[in-house]
Design a protein around this ligand. Sequence first.
Ligand SMILES: [Zn+2]
Length: 425
Amino acid sequence: MSLVIQGGRVVDPSQKVDGFLDLRVEEGTVVEVGEGLSVPDGAEVYDAGGKVVAPGLIDIHVHLREPGHEYKETVASGTRAAAKGGFTAVACMANTSPVNDCRSVTEHILSEAERHGRARVYPIGAVSLGMEGKSLSNIGDMVAAGAVAISDDGLPVSNAELMRRALLYTQHYDIPVIQHAEDLDLSGGGVMHEGEWSTRLGLPGIPGSAEDVMVARDLLLAADTQGRYHVAHLSTGRSLDLVREAKARGLGVTCEVTPHHLLLTDEEVAKSGFSTDCKMKPPLRSETDRQRLLEGLVDGTIDAIASDHAPHHPDEKDESFSCAPFGIVGLETTLSLCLDRLVRPGILTLSRLIDLLSWGPARALGLPGGTLAVGSLADITLIDLDATLTIDRDTFVSRSRNTPFAGWELQGRAVATFLAGELVS
Ligand SMILES: [Zn+2]
């Protein structure tokens, strides 16, 4: 199968390319990039005039909920949501039921992806057996089956000795340990960021230090072990400073941030009238934290934007603010939110945003893709910068609806998603 994508503006940060070029794909691989490419006999032609042609976007923090919580999401529905949002690959967290802590669960997820997936699925194995935080999971087995990293996300690795051993052991496989950085004693029963708004609203708070002390501890362990360490959903200015300093010292440290921590603050809990769609972990932070995260995007400290797509059934979120579960969906909103609220106002260049959504995440986890270099996977996202949309949760193809962005009017969105050269959305 042969495909030529013609006349688009190719933006590929991995090669520092930004220009009007054609792209030829054979058998799922990019084989030629250049001006005015000839079209082989029988090749399909896709007119990308007026569109941006980007490497397929990669979301390295997604909860697909399968096995065990298929009423929230499945591999099939989650990857459909990914493709619709412009993502050609997702890395999925291990807090399923059963937990992905051994080869059979990793294999199950991959076989579901093989049969029903509209995007590549890269399973992340658990750090600890059953995510109980006691003993290491079967890391070698899971890596052999296809796991690309380990994380107990949903929960932190609280035990410092376990984290130290994880950072040592994963070096045999050259994979990162991804930490949901939260000191559970400090976060306690908190339900939102601890600050002026939690005081005014009378809700128990989660201080920024709950994240900072865990990141600080882990960076010491990463320095001692020379392990690969990745901070999931980094949310505070001080954690960002710690990562920036560790990178300057040459540690193998990476981090991601979410769109909601870049665009919303703790005030949103009040403004939304205690909407449980503003309840997530880490919580929406202060405006100061938010501004610091934006600086980290620009200066390169932050490696990736990841959605932390965390589907929950409406009945679960239809609870009081204190009782509802933490988390929101993001696969179908991330790209448009970032285009409209980060690129359009000039905070980020288009190239930097695409970097944060493709090459950056690919490098953080060591995944294929994230580039349109000749010989790479023909995973390609076409973006229309002028197309508008209003976020309408009733049109989501995800099984869940929990978003704080409903009704937002945005400009810029994915209009076509190619997986291995085939149009999947
Ligand atoms: Zn988490």
